[in-house]
Design a protein around this ligand. Structure first.
Ligand code: UT7
Length: 323
């Protein structure tokens, strides 16, 4: 069960109107109509994935009353680590001084936090850990192509952290579901610059090491997969839509969120939306939204929350938790 949450974002706010100023052929109206996004946070000099992850983690640890020495495990969901080696979790461990913790990343793009939570649950069930820090964090501004209007307007930077302890009878996870389809990987990926085709000057010049996306196809798959994940979440928890107090979906696009809510028969007043202020922060989007929902009093003891995610891979899944 989740006993503490926190989030952190870079200081700099980048508003839709500012894209025109950097030579992108777009408009505030287009971005708001197609995505619901108004602004996003963008990392500046000195801000790293590790620094915002540590800030979010310290907040979550303070709420949960957990010290760094008490962490048994650190799991970070990210697709934009500070370095390709070692893991973001190892760097976060060092920043926190969590010397006892086992630290590793989960590579599931926008589903990274949700996958991480389910790994954490399994680790606890196996008796491998009592106190786990699960973080979703991204600096997508550093891996998007700032000349490609199809992608650069969508993404933002941020980190969300969660402290997880063993569930009790009254509180904790009611159902979990995870799926992947690697056959569709090239609809949303970084084509080059990895081990298959290591970085060259040509790759750098053409920008093929940056995020490339077939937006319309990803959109259709996201709607279909999140609908599947909603059905499985309710079946697994033996609940109906009426039992869900709050739906916290991955924040990619308000139109995808609305389609997911409609499929789930959950009215929009029971859906948490903050994509307008943060853009798509990939693995960070759900834990940031959860932290805000708790701060706004929308999640209290006994509240039943359904989480639904979808991302590159493709990866998708859901989880129902009673707080
Ligand atoms: O986190 C999980 C992964 N990501 C997602 O879930 C994103 C999924 N996809 C989407 O959210 C939407 O597909 C987008 C927001 C990316 C695009 O919206 P769309 O309604 O699917 O637009 P489109 O791709 O069909 O493009 C429509 C038009 C195109 O022009 P033509 O071909 O109709 O002349 C694009 O070139 O809009 C154009 N366009 C833009 N215009 C102004 C694309 N990007 C922009 C832009 N500003 N930034």
């Amino acid at each position: 069960m989740i006993t503490g949450t926190g989030h952190a974002v870079p200081k700099r706010v980048f508003r839709n109107e500012e894209f025109v100023g950097i030579g992108i052929d777009t408009s505030d109206e287009w971005i708001r109509d197609r995505t619901g996004i108004r602004q996003r946070h963008i990392a500046g000099e000195g801000e790293t994935l590790t620094s915002i992850s540590a800030e979010a983690s310290l907040k979550a640890m303070a709420v949960a009353g957990v010290t760094a020495a008490e962490l048994d495990m650190i799991i970070v969901g990210t697709c934009s680590p500070d370095r390709l080696l070692p893991s973001a979790a190892a760097e976060l461990q060092a920043a926190l001084g969590a010397t006892r913790a086992v630290a590793f990343d989960v590579g599931a793009a926008c589903s990274g936090w949700l996958y991480g939570m389910q790994v954490a649950e399994g680790m606890m069930a196996a008796g491998n850990a009592e106190t786990i820090l699960v973080v979703g964090a991204e600096l997508l501004s550093r891996i998007v192509n700032w000349k490609d209007r199809n992608t650069c307007v969508l993404f933002g930077d941020g980190a969300g952290a969660t402290i997880v302890k063993r569930s009790t009878k009254q509180r904790g996870i009611l159902s979990t579901y995870m799926r992947s389809d690697g056959a569709l990987a090239n609809l949303l990926y970084r084509p080059k610059g990895g081990a298959a085709e290591p970085m060259t000057q040509q790759i750098l010049d053409e920008g093929s090491h940056l995020v490339s996306m077939q937006g319309r196809d990803v959109f259709k798959n996201a709607v279909r997969s999140m609908a599947d994940a909603v059905d499985r979440a309710l079946d697994g928890a033996k609940l109906s839509a009426n039992d869900i107090d709050l739906l916290i979906p991955h924040q990619a696009n308000v139109r995808i969120i609305e389609a997911t809510a409609k499929h789930a028969s959950v009215s929009m007043d029971k859906v948490f939306v903050n994509v307008d202020r943060f853009g798509n922060t990939s693995a960070a989007s759900i834990p940031i939204a959860l932290d805000e929902a708790i701060a706004q009093g929308r999640v209290k003891e006994g509240t039943i929350v359904m989480f639904v995610a979808f991302g590159a891979g493709f990866t998708w899944g859901s989880m129902v938790e009673r707080f």
